[in-house]
Design a protein around this ligand. Structure first.
Ligand code: MN
Length: 254
């Protein structure tokens, strides 16, 4: 029976996690290791400067007072070290994780941690509006998980899945799109007259480039983007090669 590790960045009490766990339960043995509170935008942070606490809250159900990456790390290297999961799934996140937001995402980073520890991983996020129903997202997630468990996938490739508002028009295999960053720091005064700040005051502006996650989701399709951690911009290597010669002497004399 396949073993599936489920985590997220919205915390153990999130509805998206509950729906995902319920949907994949018939497909295998499900282990849940999730943060004890919301960790959205935690990126790929690993906690190294304080002890971490694991708390068992049920059979194969654990919470961690850390980041999504901590959860996957503790799950794969400690809790499940003798019975390795076949797949890591993260989500279903409350809110999309597309385009430039990919590196901020705790949901996707949890999947990348699975990938780094050699387990094929999938991240799920939903473009939630008012009265959003996670049901259709979870039902689709289960179908993709069943598919992924059957096909032998490269653990270095993470599947980043984004759901539009259901009903879905279909599925698109996409590339990462782009978000325009609107200046969004809000300054206010606290009751003691000291300044405080909120990041992200404006809603994001998405560029619907052809073939992107953004285009797929805005046209009602489920978007699947294959991601990898190699951030090298390969086309820049040749034109920048001149720096080897131009700065070589400087490096040797430094
Ligand atoms: Mn989140």
């Amino acid at each position: 029976m396949p073993r599936i590790l489920v985590t997220n960045d919205d915390g153990i009490y999130s509805e998206g996690l509950a729906k995902l766990v319920e949907a994949v339960a018939p497909l295998g043995e499900v282990v849940v290791v999730a943060p004890d509170r919301e960790q959205s935008a935690a990126s790929h942070a690993l906690t190294l400067n304080r002890p971490l606490r694991l708390q068992q809250i049920g059979d194969e159900r654990w919470i961690v007072d850390g980041t999504p990456t901590d959860c996957v790390n503790l799950a794969l290297l400690h809790l499940c070290k003798d019975k390795r999961p076949d797949l890591v799934v993260s989500g279903i996140n409350f809110g999309p994780n597309m385009g430039d937001d990919v590196t901020y995402s705790g949901t996707i980073s949890a999947a990348f941690e699975g990938s780094l520890l050699n387990v094929p991983s999938i991240a799920f996020s939903a473009f939630v509006g008012e009265h959003f129903d996670f049901g259709p997202c979870a039902a689709f997630a289960a179908k993709l998980v069943a598919e992924a468990l059957e096909t032998h996938r490269d653990p270095r490739i993470v599947l980043n899945v984004n759901f539009p508002d259901p009903p879905f028009a279909g599925v698109r295999l996409t590339r990462q799109g782009r978000r325009e960053y609107v200046v969004g720091v809000i300054e206010r005064l606290d009751p003691r007259g000291r300044k405080y700040y909120w990041i992200g005051g404006e809603p994001p502006v998405w560029h619907p480039g052809e073939g992107t996650d953004v285009e797929a989701v805005t046209s009602g399709h489920v978007s699947i983007t294959p991601l990898h951690l190699d951030m090298t911009h390969h086309p820049s290597i040749a034109p920048l090669r001149r720096l080897e010669e131009r700065l070589g002497d400087a490096a040797r004399k430094a």
